[in-house]
Design a protein around this ligand. Structure first.
Ligand code: HEM
Length: 446
């Protein structure tokens, strides 16, 4: 295979220009770089060594499959200080062993127990939503998933003190927000500083709670992590449980919120689809099982389409440890490789009218996602493929099913959410939604 010369970083877009262009409109930047450089585009980014965007499904697939073991995870620089030793930040044999143990926390049996706990927790949150007003849905969804994480992951019922619960939630939010900090040095009052303190608070809290979580033998993830073991009987040490918990809280929170909020937006714009999925969930009983939630084909089409249009994790970070080749291009050791999943979701050679909301493209008849293994890859691929994918699907379906059964909603006429891309994408204006009770007729304003 012919190898193109590595284009030195000075030929690439300037540091600030590149970062700002990404934050302004990542998809346009990815398209421009793809057109100009093909599948491996050198970019200048703050941080050590050269950097490249990996573009298109072949190149993304090659990096994620990592056949020659040239890539290790590159997240340390972005989120390392707050999420270090989380599963996604481990490599090689250690990663394999930790993944094997953690997989036991996501077995069928465990998922059934988490799902049973999800129903009342979602209902309690949605009881606080009021029909008849326009309100920013995104912050409410974020609070909802955070409370779910506290209940399902942390065994929130064991935390008696509401002040402490608030403090823990805030510490966790501070950690998540640091990923988008421009200034990656702690200066009192800035994001990095708040996150450093947040990490310390979470560590103290979880370490103190660990004996109770272990003794409880409960069905929440925290309790489960203290006792799961791989086939050789190896278990996590106490520090591992704490590190994994902090990472899982982050991994499961913003990503799930993103999918539900994208779905609320598109279902608000497309009443035909809203009615179609409402009719489907109307058949469910009050506490649907994993199997019942899994058998909602129309909702499944909608969720996949939403994750195509707004990939909750649009770019994955890798670091090159030995000189290698991607799609015929030489990529030297030391390069930071940004795997741009989001671009593949919009390539016109893979998708019909990629800008359009068209869930049917995932139907067995059209199966556009089958055109390439990495055409649709919101959960990544290779050894780090999302471990929470099934749980997240159950959570998204549970929240949407309850929303659809309780409410109808629309979005303002001609409204398109202005997205923040500083860290993971979210609607900057909070996503205004006009909420009605499910009995009321929708007022379609577009
Ligand atoms: C819509 C929701 C979600 C999306 C789109 C998503 C996406 C991803 C992606 C793309 C990765 C791969 C990162 C990489 O290769 O560098 C990943 C990893 C991971 N995710 Fe998710 N995620 C979601 C929800 C969740 C949830 C709810 C959990 C936990 C309950 C979770 C747990 C994990 C874990 C543990 C990893 C690391 C796997 C490993 O390194 O072996 N995710 N996720």
């Amino acid at each position: 295979m012919g190898t193109d010369r590595w284009v030195p970083a000075k030929a690439a877009i300037p540091v600030i220009g590149g970062s700002l262009a990404y934050m302004h409109d990542p998809l346009t930047l990815m398209r421009q770089l793809h057109q100009r450089h093909g599948p491996v585009a050198p970019v200048r980014m703050p941080g050590p060594g050269p950097a490249a965007f990996i573009l298109g499904p072949d190149a993304c697939g090659a990096v994620l499959r990592n056949a020659d073991k040239a890539f290790v995870n590159g997240w340390e620089l972005l989120v390392g200080p707050f999420f270090h030793r989380g599963l996604m930040l481990l490599d090689g044999a250690e990663h394999r062993q930790h993944r094997r143990i953690m997989q036991q926390a996501f077995s069928r049996e465990r998922l059934a127990a988490y799902t049973a706990a999800l129903h009342p927790a979602v209902a309690a949150e949605l009881d606080t939503w009021r029909a008849g007003e326009r309100f920013p849905a995104y912050p409410s969804l974020k609070r909802l998933t955070l409370n779910l994480a506290t209940q399902i992951f942390m065994g929130g019922h064991r935390i008696a003190d509401p002040v402490e619960l608030d403090r823990v939630n805030q510490a966790f939010i501070d950690c998540v927000q640091a990923a988008g900090a421009m200034l990656r040095v702690a200066v009192p009052g800035n994001r990095w500083h708040r996150a450093t303190r947040g990490r310390a608070t979470l560590e103290r809290f979880l370490t103190a709670q660990l004996p109770a979580a272990r003794a409880a033998g409960g069905d929440d993830l925290f309790s489960v992590l203290t006792r799961v073991e791989d086939e050789d009987g190896t278990r996590f040490g106490d520090a591992d449980v704490v590190n994994h918990m902090i990472f899982l809280l982050m991994a499961g929170h913003e990503t799930t919120t993103s999918t539900v909020s994208t779905a609320m937006y598109h279902l608000g714009r497309h009443p035909d689809w809203q009615e179609r999925v409402r009719a489907e969930v109307a058949e469910l009983g009050p506490d649907p099982t994993v199997e019942e939630l899994g058998a909602l084909p129309d909702l499944d089409l909608v969720i996949r389409e939403c994750q195509r249009l707004v990939a909750p994790v649009p770019v994955l970070a890798r670091r090159v440890v030995t000189d290698t080749e991607v799609a015929g291009r030489r990529v030297p050791a030391g390069t930071r490789a940004m795997v741009c999943l989001q671009l593949s979701h919009y390539l016109p050679e893979l998708w019909t009218r990629p800008e359009t909301f068209d869930p049917e493209r995932f139907s067995p008849r059209r199966a556009e996602d089958r055109s390439h293994r990495y055409a649709w890859a919101p959960f990544g691929g290779g050894v780090h493929t999302c471990l929470g994918m099934t749980f997240s699907n159950l959570e998204v379906r549970t929240v949407l099913a309850q929303l659809l059964r309780r409410f109808r909603w629309t979005v303002p006429a001609h409204y398109v959410p202005p997205m923040s891309n500083v860290s993971l994408p979210y609607p900057k204006d909070g996503l205004p939604i006009d909420l009605m009770s499910s009995g009321a007729r929708a007022r379609h304003t577009w």
